[in-house]
Ligand binder design. Structure first.
Ligand code: DGJ
Length: 367
């Protein structure tokens, strides 16, 4: 016969066991849309970001937002966090700071969006590219900013700003009799407009800038120079008149995969996806890759990067931002598993998931 004390002990132990299990789960589970504290317990501030793996660590670079509606302008700079396991992130500080000097293109109040960092093996330099808009000029300038550092965690030094692909026309260019190329031709001499952007480094170390151009109508994919510091005028014009932004490219089983959003400002819309056997195309559109509740709104987010998980074959994480334009600093992160199905990829909604679950999923699909 159990006495009352034994019953209480059993109930309390069971309760503690449940609590421990919940804590253990949350320690390694991605919880899309929830606050994501860094090592100081502060919500990570790296929006529109991307992740670079280097010498055993992951580095997450993103926009440091400030509170309130002005928070989407750059008053601080680009923030970096470091992690070994993709869950626990240590604050590595501001690696590119805004510059108060007169006429600096990265003056406080400029727009610095979607920073991405890649490593140039030849020069042993880290190169950061970002979407740059000059202070008080809205989104008119449509520039790329470039900054460099010998150390991954900075400080990065501003190198220059450019409109890409100045003076050249895209590969396989044929004049458009319907004048769908009028903005491309208008901007040929001063360089193409570049708003949302991303970088991709291929297996042969050739690097590419992917940018939304031509007043947001068309995406360009442009090869970078060998030092990764500029474009070289070799670019493809892809998805003409499809109004895509937030583009990201990743490669699996020798194929290039593309994800992007439509153009609706800070409001979410349905994601797009595509596949190609060559990075310059032809690209075949594959539709909205998202599956689950509110998949037609990319789960209320917008893509920013697709992260290859190191030490695995074809494990990728779809990274998106859930913007909060009224209080930019409180933007949330949606990191979700990428699953390959019948020559397409899918982004599956999950409130809480672990990398191990994704590995199981992959083996089910025999990918
Ligand atoms: C959507 C873009 O993807 C963001 O990076 C930002 O430029 C907003 N538009 C501004 O409206």
């Amino acid at each position: 016969m159990m006495n009352n004390l034994s019953i209480i002990v059993i109930i309390v132990s069971a309760h503690l066991l449940t609590l421990t299990t919940v804590q253990a789960q949350s320690a390694s589970a991605f919880q899309p849309g929830k606050e994501w504290p860094d090592n100081h317990g502060i919500h990570i501030n790296a929006h529109g970001g991307g992740v670079l793996w280097h010498n055993g660590n992951y580095y997450w670079f993103g926009e440091h937002k400030v509170a309130g509606e002005k928070g989407n302008r750059a008053y601080v700079g680009v923030h970096c966090y470091t992690s070994k396991d993709l869950h626990h992130w240590v604050d590595s500080g501001i690696v590119l700071a805004v510059d108060g000097a007169q006429n600096s293109p990265i003056a406080p109040g400029a727009i610095i969006e979607r920073p991405k960092v890649i490593y140039n093996k030849k020069n042993k330099q880290f190169i950061m590219w970002f979407h740059l808009e000059l202070k008080d000029q809205g989104y008119k300038a449509a520039l790329c900013g470039v900054a460099t550092s010998k150390k991954i965690t900075g400080p990065y030094v501003f190198h220059h700003a450019e409109r890409p692909d100045k003076g050249t026309l895209p590969i396989s260019y044929k004049p458009d009799t319907n004048k769908g190329d009028s903005i491309l031709l208008r901007d040929k001499e001063k360089g193409q407009m570049s708003r949302d952007m991303n970088l991709f480094v291929d297996e042969d170390n050739s690097a590419y800038l992917i940018y939304t151009s031509e007043e947001n109508r068309t995406v360009h994919i442009s090869q970078l120079s060998d030092d990764y510091l500029s474009t070289r005028g070799r670019f493809a014009r892809v998805f003409p008149d499809r109004f895509m932004e937030a583009a990201a490219i990743f490669k699996a089983n020798g194929k290039y995969f593309f994800v992007a959003s439509g153009c609706t400002g800070w409001a979410p819309n349905a994601a797009r996806s595509a596949v190609a056997t060559h990075i310059f195309g032809p690209w075949q559109e594959l539709g909205n890759p998202c599956e689950g509740p509110d998949s037609a709104l990319t789960f209320h987010g917008q893509s920013t990067f697709v992260l290859p998980v190191m030490g695995t074959k074809n494990t990728f994480i779809f990274m998106a931002d859930k913007w909060n334009p009224k209080n930019a600093i409180d933007g949330r992160y949606l990191w979700l598993p990428v699953v390959f199905k019948a020559n397409k990829f899918k982004v599956m909604w999950s409130e809480s998931w672990e990398l191990e679950d994704q590995a199981k999923q992959k083996s089910i699909n025999n990918e």
